[in-house]
Design a protein. Structure first.
Length: 745
């Protein structure tokens, strides 16, 4: 082609580096619920159900650790720092991660996790000299902080039962263990730490008149125990209850100089100094003291970060979603991710992620919402955000206004016992621009309502008269404007948990047997005989049905009973969510991770699990895709994960085409992943040397990004040099060019 020959004259020497990379995982877990913290000279470490973070006192910066950064998991319980500065982090599954801030490397200790016990939670990690004391659900282990070897472990303390739960420990001249059964004290001169006879025990049922012992430590040369009945002091042989003024239920305590700081089970903070009890820090919800609080300053974990009592400064958790609660997700045209938090049992509003920062919305910072039980999200073709609520209709948000639609202005009727209580389980627009609303448990059996383009409301009553229509979920509208959803008879416990596949098309009924356009698809029609949990529309118009035992495809929703395909790859999988990417691949969230299927479901492209990827959990409840950037978001009960893919929407022209990474280093003969971005659909791609020799040619997979592996047509890696990349559409009218520099080692 003449146009291609002319383009070979445009060679450039300079190259650009593009930061975007494919296959990069990130975690976005909430770090609001802090379980433990440890103070260092220059900052503090905190662990949460969602990851860990370090706050730097000097510059106010945060460093976040989660599974995407190398942690074994995000369900963290305790943290301490050893004399070498290494950070020891315990988790619910028994894993101990040791992180070196200087080298940014992890060491994983799996001995406790690999035991045959059912419960392996690390309740506390305590550092003393060269030893880490690990309090677990079944005993106390001593670990060498230098070489990570286990000195020894105790699972039987005196006459306590085997595998007694240890809450925390303390070492003075001997080791003290605070257990579920009471207090165990290592005998003087005992040589076998793991032998039961090496311990004196003080049971909560006899030696200590309390139901639970929560923490022990040393106060002015005396051992003190915090219990649910007050403070006990140890005289060397007996634990004695202190005065009645200290008879509250104490969950934590901290000793500083002549004072004891105490936290009660009602989350108040009490100060005990030389026999005097006071409460000088009212107005906060106190949960736990941070370990190693230095000097005269005390750091306390609260319900809103970590508080410095001396400075009065509250160190908030780093930016992130307010909670690891995700009931629905949607992405707008600008790449903003919107997440609903849940039902009226949650009342946390919704979260927005713009790719860099999180904003948490509720009536506290956005009174126009009017309600915090945000349950569903939807972004319409005109980029308006719709929020379905659990009890107050739905909300429409645009750049100009926020509008609430509820019983007062829609004519919709809510649940039978409270007609104004409207739960919106889905909002979608049809091909004509009408807005359809799915009304959960409608008291008048009107599960569907329509707001026309001229702002007229219509409400549709099902004529099937079956109990299943009491609940509904999963609204999808196909290319023929048929409304698809599933219904069930679960009315006692929200949300809807799966049911029968139903449809409605009042203008163009699918079958003559339909009642006023209403119908259902069952196993008699070829659908799997199990509950429907989610629906998605493929780019060819096919309807994908996620079920309790796999995935079915209704090839032509206009004639749904004509052809239903069972996806063999997904057989027996519990399916929670299905999302469609720019290549028409299906991302399926299950109890066993995320399955990525080819466009027709016949091939497994990938299966991401907690074991082989940075997914926080194998139970993936939601999947949402930003097809503009190729980012796939996956929500689990333990946090949100994302991965960057090459499945992006094709460009309208080739004017912004570029290649990355650039330059490319081919190391040890390994192929590269050179991404060519900004392509039109089905681009023809040719790679040339600077002398004009064609190296290879191929066709893009259909989306806006294609990948070249750095090989020529013979399968050989190319030599070092600058290569010209030319792309054009199928008719050769739209042409783009870019370049890439390759360096061979």
């Amino acid at each position: 082609m003449k146009i291609l020959r002319n383009l070979l004259f445009f060679l450039f020497i300079a190259v650009s580096i593009y930061p975007q990379q494919l296959g990069i995982w990130k975690n976005y877990s909430s770090l609001q619920k802090i379980n433990d913290a440890y103070v260092t000279e220059n900052g503090l470490w905190a662990v949460c159900l969602g990851g860990a973070f370090y706050y730097n006192f000097e510059d106010g910066s945060y460093s976040i650790l989660n599974k995407a950064e190398g942690l074994s998991n995000n369900k963290l319980t305790t943290v301490t720092v050893d004399p070498q500065g290494k950070v020891w982090i315990g988790s619910e599954d028994g894993t101990i991660d040791v992180y070196s801030p200087s080298s940014k490397e992890f060491k994983r200790i799996l001995e406790i996790k690999n035991t045959n016990r059912i419960n392996k939670n690390i309740n506390e990690l305590y550092s003393r000299n060269d030893t880490i004391f690990a309090s677990t659900e079944f005993g106390l282990s001593l670990i060498n902080s230098s070489n990570y070897s286990f000195y020894e472990s105790a699972t039987k303390f005196g006459n306590f039962t085997l595998d007694t739960k240890v809450l925390n420990s303390f070492k003075d001249n001997v080791v003290f263990a605070c257990t579920e059964a009471g207090i165990a004290v290592q005998k003087q001169n005992s040589t076998n730490f793991s032998a039961p006879e090496s311990w004196n025990t003080y049971s909560v049922s006899s030696s200590i008149s309390a139901s639970s012992v929560n923490r022990i430590l040393k106060y002015r040369d005396t051992l003190v125990a915090a219990t649910d009945k007050g403070l006990y002091f140890f005289n060397g042989s007996t634990w004695l209850l202190k005065t009645s003024s200290l008879s509250a239920n104490y969950t934590d305590l901290l000793s500083r100089n002549d004072s004891l700081y105490l936290i009660t089970n009602e989350y108040s903070l009490v100060l005990y100094t030389k026999g005097v009890v006071s409460a000088p820090y009212p107005g906060k919800i106190y949960k736990k003291f941070a370990g190693n609080s230095s000097g005269n300053d005390i750091y306390v974990i609260t319900d809103n970060g970590i508080l410095s009592l001396k400075k009065g400064t509250n160190f908030l958790p780093p930016n992130g979603p307010r909670a690891n609660l995700f009931s629905d997700m949607a992405v707008d045209k600008g790449g903003n991710l919107y997440i609903a938090s849940g039902t009226d049992r949650v009342l946390l509003g919704y979260y927005k992620f713009d790719g860099s920062n999180w904003t948490n919305f509720s009536t506290a910072n956005n009174p126009k919402l009017g309600y915090n039980a945000i349950y569903k999200t939807y972004v319409s073709p005109d980029n308006a955000l719709y929020l379905g609520t659990w009890g107050n209709g739905f909300i429409k948000i645009t750049d100009k206004d926020t509008t609430i639609f509820n019983a007062s202005n829609t004519g919709m009727v809510g649940i039978a016992k409270a007609p104004n209580y409207i739960v919106v389980d889905g909002v979608k627009t049809d091909t004509k621009g009408n807005l359809w609303v799915l009304n959960y448990q409608s008291g008048q059996r009107q599960p569907l309502s329509k707001l026309s383009t001229d702002n007229v409301w219509s409400h549709y009553q099902d004529p099937l008269e079956v109990k299943e229509f009491l609940a509904s979920g999963g609204l999808v509208i196909d290319n023929n404007d048929t409304k698809w959803f599933f219904v069930n008879n679960t009315t006692d416990a929200p949300p809807p948990i799966g049911g029968t596949l139903c449809y409605f098309n009042g203008d163009n009924p699918l079958y003559s047997s339909d009642l006023n356009g209403w119908g259902r698809i069952t196993s008699d029609d070829g659908l799997s005989n199990s509950a429907v949990y989610c629906l998605a529309l493929g780019k060819r118009g096919e309807l994908w049905v996620g079920m309790a035992d796999g995935v079915n495809i209704i090839d032509d929703p206009s004639y749904p009973k004509k052809g239903i395909t069972n996806v063999l790859i997904m057989r027996s999988q519990m399916v929670h969510s299905i999302a469609v990417d720019a290549l028409n691949q299906k991302w399926v969230g299950t109890d066993k991770g995320v399955f990525v299927l080819s466009s027709d479901g016949t091939q497994l492209v990938a299966n991401y699990t907690a074991e082989n990827s940075q997914l926080p959990s194998n139970t993936v409840n939601l999947v949402a895709i930003d097809n503009k950037s190729g980012i796939v978001y996956m929500a689990t009960s333990e946090g949100l994960a994302s991965i960057t893919t090459n499945s992006v929407n094709p460009s309208e022209n080739l004017g912004s085409m570029y290649a990355y990474p650039n330059p490319v280093l081919l190391d040890k003969g390994q192929p590269a992943n050179i991404n060519i971005s900004g392509l039109v659909r089905d681009s023809q791609i040719k790679i040339f040397t600077v002398s004009g020799k064609m190296i290879t040619n191929f066709v893009s997979p259909g989306a806006g990004i294609a990948t070249w592996d750095g090989r020529d047509d013979s399968g050989n890696l190319v030599a070092s040099g600058i290569y010209l990349i030319i792309a054009y559409d199928t008719e050769g009218n739209n042409v783009g060019t870019t370049k890439v520099a390759i360096i061979r080692k």
